[in-house]
Design a protein. Structure first.
Length: 162
């Protein structure tokens, strides 16, 4: 085995061990990171969720089936001039269908800031939704860093904005 091949193997195992460490000890988000995640998630729910109105409230709902059974539901409730409430809950699966399990709950003011203390539970649900919300470049980069600016992309973007 050549030294180059040995370096490649060590590099691959280092990446695998880093992934295992990230799974066993995921990075903890700050309150500001949770707020940013919540605002982006709320935007996605408004854009793609089912929508209805009752009295002076507006509601949005979007759901995904879970591999282990049940559904992950993201719901918004807007009261004009007061607040926007968001909940991410699981129905079914380990929450046996009679109850739901709340993964995340928060209230926003009209400026998009948390009102009161948000509630969250770390879990795979956050990673799954974050992968949906991340730009493609970031969500696929297991091996790639942010990289350098691509002159071709900059040229194309300049043409589209003008």
């Amino acid at each position: 085995m050549t030294s180059l091949e040995l370096k490649r193997l060590f590099s691959e195992w280092r990446v695998k061990l880093q992934r295992v460490q990230q799974i066993l000890q995921p990075p903890v988000w700050t309150k500001d990171e949770w707020a940013e995640f919540a605002r982006v998630l709320a935007g996605m729910i408004r854009k793609y969720g089912a929508n209805w109105q009752e009295h002076n409230k507006e509601f949005w709902d979007i759901r995904w089936d879970l591999q282990e059974g049940g559904q992950l539901a993201c719901q918004l409730e807007a009261v004009k001039g007061e607040k926007l409430s968001m909940v991410v809950a699981q129905y079914g699966g380990f929450a046996d269908g009679k109850e739901n399990y709340i993964w995340f709950y928060c209230d926003f003011n009209e400026g998009g800031q948390f009102v009161g203390e948000p509630f969250w539970v770390e879990g795979n649900w956050k990673d799954a939704l974050a992968m949906i919300l991340m730009p493609h470049k970031m969500s696929t980069g297991f091996y790639l860093s942010n990289g350098t600016d691509n002159p071709l992309t900059q040229h194309l973007l300049a043409q589209n904005t003008g």
